[in-house]
Design a protein. Structure first.
Length: 487
């Protein structure tokens, strides 16, 4: 075993195991709730969480990150289940895995570099708000005892780590408050109220669907959407865990690992899943750093269902809601309020738009895509500002171009040159500019040809190597007297 692999698995054994136990307890209500969103039996989400967590522990590229059934993925599955049934969901899950593996092979993680910081902040903040909002139905307007248990949970999770860190505070809260609720016979909603938990392991089977093009046509649109949403969430969550732990990760391997996990899960009665930022944060905050924490979460989840199922269903929901509220508080970037005041207006707008779209649609991928597109538009607008200074000396008329010349700035370029000049010796100086595309070369051609028609002698100067190459390659005005020369 290599030193790196040994460290990833056994470099933090005690904390990884304890953190994994906490995560497993937090996974159960989430998996059941997401199953309900997708319109399937609670065991579909639980089996998915078990399979994905165990497989990603080995195949993933980000040690310590938790992957399982998620809400964003569940929202996409509802229409497929309602219209075609459960077996088509399993088939779509398998195809989702295949698509993600292909994305990983083609190094899809490279697109991460195109996600600006403002989008990342908006993504994290909106996810924190969604995590909080998902807990509200579990404690609001129920009874005073529910409020008391939420408050006690928050106090334990916040205060205990200041004095005692050997056991994760969320685990202490779950064990202590569950025991108190059972022995006192308190009127509290429990995990069992969310759905029926069956004490059985998942079994292998092939989805009962026709293997033909008609089936492919049905499941492919869902699978491609699931694959993109899953990888978007997974890669962004991976980056967040990287930042929290000051360590790196292999994001292309993570993409392939997500694909492998979903592919296998579809054959064991589970729905497609991806990385979960809430549970990943719980894991990291509880001391989990290695692959063992993810494996423990998956294995202990099944242990809880099969061996301790009767106790698990009695865990009070306000306790788990309190833990997730603390996760949302810890996830939210509170410095973003200062960021809104100090950052350029365009970046602030991108952050707000990303958050607004995510909160409106409950779809993280739509918010991220909108934020990236908006950032690109603002960037293009910013760099498309082009200025031309006209001077005259030693018998030359000089046009000095300042800025980037491409499709968005060609109008300013043509407006800055007096195409009505006649009988002059003209130099267009690109020392402070760069020619980027065919639109830019077309604008240069237009200016050169028009000025030549008016009897001017035209020379282009100051082109850097890349600009000169594209001009020489695409220009149509390279005739004696007008050829881009004088470099």
């Amino acid at each position: 075993m290599s030193p790196t692999l040994k460290h990833e698995w056994f470099g933090n054994v005690r904390k990884d195991i304890l953190a994994g136990i906490v995560v497993a307890l937090a996974l159960i209500p989430e998996a059941i709730a997401f199953s309900i969103i997708a319109g399937v039996d609670p065991m579909v989400g639980l089996y998915a969480s078990f399979c994905i967590a165990v497989i990603i522990a080995f195949a993933g590229g980000r040690p310590g990150m938790i992957s399982a059934a998620t809400g964003a993925m569940a929202l996409l599955m509802g229409p497929l289940v309602r219209e075609h049934g459960l077996d088509y969901l399993f088939a779509a899950t398998i195809l989702t895995g295949v698509i993600q593996i292909i994305f990983g092979v083609f190094k899809i993680a490279k697109v991460m570099k195109f996600i600006p910081r403002a989008v990342m902040i908006g993504f994290v903040n909106s996810l924190a708000i969604l995590i909080f909002m998902a807990q509200v139905p579990h404690f609001l307007g129920i009874n005073n005892m529910t409020y008391a248990f939420v408050a006690i949970t928050l106090a334990i999770v916040y205060i205990v780590p200041r004095f005692f860190k050997a056991i994760p505070a969320p685990l202490i809260a779950i064990v202590f408050l569950t025991a108190a609720a059972i022995f006192a016979g308190l009127d509290l909603r429990t995990v069992g109220d969310l759905g029926t938990v069956t004490k059985s392991l998942p079994s292998f089977f092939v989805p009962d669907v026709p293997f033909n093009l008609e089936t492919l046509a049905i499941i492919f649109p869902y699978s491609i959407a699931l694959a993109i949403v899953g990888l978007t969430e997974s890669l962004l969550t991976s980056q967040i865990v990287d930042d929290m732990t000051d360590t790196g990760s292999n994001k292309n391997r993570e993409a392939r690992g997500q694909g492998i996990a979903n592919f296998v899960t579809g054959f064991f009665g589970g729905m497609a899943g991806c990385a979960m930022i809430g549970q990943s944060v719980i894991n990291v905050k509880s001391g989990g750093r290695g692959r063992l924490s993810t494996l423990t979460a998956g294995l202990f989840l099944m242990f809880l269902i099969i061996v301790l199922g009767d106790l698990v269903v009695q865990i009070p929901m306000p306790v788990l809601a309190g833990i997730m509220i603390m996760v949302s508080i810890g996830t939210f970037d509170w410095g973003s309020f200062a960021y809104l005041m100090k950052a350029p207006r365009a970046d602030a707008a991108v952050m707000v738009v990303t958050m607004a779209i995510v909160l409106a649609t409950h779809d993280l991928s739509k918010g991220v895509i909108a934020g990236v597109v908006l950032s690109a538009i603002f960037f293009v607008v910013k760099i498309s500002r082009l200025k031309i200074d006209k001077t005259a000396d030693d018998g030359y008329t000089n046009y000095n171009v300042h800025g980037q010349l491409f499709f968005a700035s060609v109008e300013d370029f043509l407006a800055g040159i007096d195409l009505g000049d006649t009988g002059k010796t003209i130099r267009i100086d690109f020392t402070d500019s760069h020619v980027w595309d065919d639109s830019a070369v077309g604008a240069i051609d237009k200016a050169v040809l028009k000025l030549r028609e008016n009897g001017n002698d035209i020379t282009l100067i100051g082109l850097n190597t890349a600009s000169r190459n594209i001009v020489d390659k695409l220009t149509v005005s390279s005739e004696p007297g007008t050829r881009p020369a004088g470099q």
